[in-house]
Design a binder for this molecule. Structure first.
Ligand SMILES: NC(=O)c1ccc[n+]([C@@H]2O[C@H](COP(=O)([O-])OP(=O)(O)OC[C@H]3O[C@@H](n4cnc5c(N)ncnc54)[C@H](OP(=O)(O)O)[C@@H]3O)[C@@H](O)[C@H]2O)c1
Length: 315
């Protein structure tokens, strides 16, 4: 009996040490070479959706800083052109292409054409970043949410991502090893006043995990990572920056710096920003009644902040 307990104790200690080492490797590996695994072949490219602003633009900058050419996709041509010329000045040796597509208006047949138009390029990274709550105020009860708002949220976060991913698989498989990075959210846990958005981020998580396993089973050389994040100050939510609410550019740089280590340690999901990881870890320990209390306060505060930022009128 004593020997069994000793053995179990030793096993627990070894497992705990292994987990700590794995976390240390993940969060403290050198970040400037984090994309080396996917930077190969002639002129490697990354395709970033929702690339003209916020976290997406941060990804573009951090990926270009590691020597990748980048294709920027979003809906506003003028904004894309201006981002491209700034990037071109900063990185004269790299190439920046733009794709103009409105995920909420353009026909879904267009997504295949979009993928075909870049199939000749050596795309080794796809960042499915575009997403969020596509209306203001964003935090409303489901009963107050219109049919169109429900559809737009699903289209924006889940439908476009699924179609684009499907069409990009053959392109990226032939260029492998490649990386698919799907930007999820801590909302996957279920955020009150954002039921549909939460659901779509749950979709992104399961979709990513399933695809990661599908590729491993079929020996398709594409790594898949689902990114989990809490609040980030971006163009969609330009909230004051603090420790738990980093600026989009800083968040994206940190996230990109951890991608290589995450894939090397066999993960399919990553919470790259340490304060977010700690927050979610602590929240996960609380009983449901306490979680409801915390979320209730957090979202009511966010609603007030959004009223101020977007000059929303109270009914
Ligand atoms: N910010 C946060 O606190 C937070 C928290 C958790 C998860 N996330 C996730 O992080 C990702 C990025 O969020 P963000 O806050 O950086 O968003 P953002 O600042 O609003 O940026 C959205 C990007 O998507 C583009 N876009 C918007 N509507 C589009 C459409 N219909 N078709 C094509 N492109 C469109 C925008 O460009 P144009 O307007 O120029 O087209 C912009 O480049 C999302 O998946 C979001 O769910 C964010």
């Amino acid at each position: 009996m004593q020997r069994t307990l000793q053995f179990l104790g030793a096993l627990t200690a070894v497992t705990a040490v292994a987990r700590i080492l794995s976390l240390a490797r993940l969060y403290f590996s050198p970040s400037s070479s984090s994309l080396n695994r996917w930077r190969h072949g002639k002129e490697p490219y990354a395709l970033v959706t929702g690339a003209s602003d916020g976290i997406g633009l941060g990804f573009v900058e951090a990926i270009a800083a590691q020597g990748f050419n980048v294709i920027l996709l979003s809906r506003n041509r003028e904004k894309l052109e201006s981002r491209r010329s700034a990037l071109q000045k900063q990185y004269p040796n790299l190439k920046f292409e733009i794709l103009v597509f409105d995920a909420l208006k353009d026909s879904y047949d267009g997504i295949e054409k979009l993928a075909n138009s870049i199939s000749h390029l050596n795309v080794t990274i796809l960042v499915n970043n575009m997403g969020g709550i596509p209306f203001i105020p964003g935090y409303i009860q489901l009963i107050e949410t219109s049919s169109s708002q429900i559809d737009r949220t699903i289209d924006y976060n889940a439908r476009f991502l699924s179609h684009l991913t499907r069409y990009m698989i053959p392109v990226m498989a032939k260029n492998g090893p490649a990386l698919m990075l799907n930007v999820g959210s801590a909302a996957k846990h279920g955020v009150p006043w954002a039921a549909v958005y939460s659901g779509t981020k749950g979709f992104v998580l399961s979709f990513s995990e399933a695809l990661a396993r599908e590729f491993k089973c079929n020996k398709i050389p594409i790594d898949v990572l689902n990114l989990i994040l809490a609040d980030v100050s971006s163009s969609q939510t330009p909230t004051p920056v603090h420790l738990l609410n980093p600026a989009a550019k800083d968040f994206s740089k940190t996230a990109v710096g951890r991608l290589g280590a995450a894939v090397a340690s066999g993960r399919n999901t990553l919470t790259p920003y340490i304060p977010h990881a700690l927050l979610l870890w602590v929240l996960g320990f609380l009983p449901e009644s306490m979680q409801v209390l915390v979320l209730d306060n957090m979202i009511r505060d966010a609603q007030k902040l959004h009223e101020k930022i977007f000059n929303l009128k109270k009914d």
